[in-house]
Design a protein around this ligand. Structure first.
Ligand code: NAP
Length: 255
């Protein structure tokens, strides 16, 4: 790979993800939805993980209507999921595909924007659970399927506030720092002995419900649409990033 290459500028071949099985959390809305549709458009078989089944069904319909391979819908509420539910998803993927080639941890909870001094302790715990513990648990339970792939890629979703702390971003920022750490630890553990690579991605400011909640006064017309930022995701989830691990990339040019 060229040292100056930017994943966000990757131009994927039409069939770049053909034959790959890619699971995406939070696939029913926002960035997760756009990445799922884009991966399917490039030939992937996608596993749609999410908590709102109606949203996942719409993504399913969109993919099938566009001629993509029919996805699996896998309902999973990351706040409430039991060990049994995690195991069932791993078993379903194992039975149907025998491997997993890509895993995008995209779902997350914003929590409150408030000073640490006043941050609600139960909410802090919920945000850390959904954004970090659930991503860890899902990765752990799917590792056998990832190891079974000849070229697997795990991608964790970070944020600019997961690289430099910012006042009032509370549990969300802490969780994104933790995600960067989880990504690096796992990358280091799997490097050299497996074909599983692990990287993080910062989507950058994108027009979604979460962004609206965080910046209610912002003009959404200034923001990228989710479908505009998928190039770096396809790069990381597909063969183009083979050999790259332990990195944290940007889906958009820094503003
Ligand atoms: P979004 O449109 O609000 O989507 C968030 C997704 O997470 C939704 O599909 C939501 O499911 C899912 N989710 C939330 N809680 C869940 C739970 N308990 N169990 C399962 N799924 C759950 O937000 P987005 O902007 O696309 O965010 C995607 C990722 O990008 C997040 O990790 C976010 O932190 C990161 N990010 C976004 C921006 C931005 O500007 N948008 C910037 C930096 C980082 P439901 O649809 O069922 O609610």
């Amino acid at each position: 790979m060229n040292a100056t290459f930017e994943p966000r500028l990757h131009r994927a071949a039409p069939d770049e993800l053909a034959g790959r099985v890619i699971a995406i959390t939070g696939a029913g809305d926002g960035i997760g939805r756009a990445v799922a549709v884009t991966c399917a458009a490039h030939g992937a078989e996608v596993v749609l993980l999410g908590r709102t089944v109606g949203k996942l069904e719409k993504v399913y319909d969109e993919i099938v209507a566009a001629g993509g391979v029919a996805p699996i819908i896998a309902p999973l509420d990351l706040e409430k999921a039991t060990a049994h539910e995690y195991d069932a998803i791993a078993a379903a993927i194992g039975t149907r595909y025998g491997r997993l080639d890509g895993l995008l941890h995209n779902a997350s909870l914003l929590g409150d924007l408030s000073p640490i001094e006043h941050y609600d302790v139960p909410l802090f715990t919920r945000v850390l659970h959904v954004n970090v513990t659930a991503a860890f648990a899902l990765t752990q339970v799917l590792l056998a399927q990832l190891r079974a792939s000849p070229d697997a890629s795990v991608v964790f979703t970070s944020s600019s506030v997961g690289r430099r702390g910012r006042a009032y971003w509370g549990a969300y920022a802490v969780s994104k720092f933790a995600i960067e750490g989880l990504s690096q630890v796992l990358a280091d553990e799997l490097a050299g002995t497996t074909a599983v690579r692990v990287n993080a991605i910062n989507p950058g400011a994108t027009r979604t419900a979460m962004r609206r909640a965080a910046y209610p006064a912002e003009d959404p017309a200034r923001l990228a649409m989710p479908a505009d930022i998928t190039a770096a995701y396809v790069f990381l989830l597909g063969p183009a990033s083979k050999g790259m691990t332990g990195q944290s990339v940007d889906a958009q040019a820094p503003r």
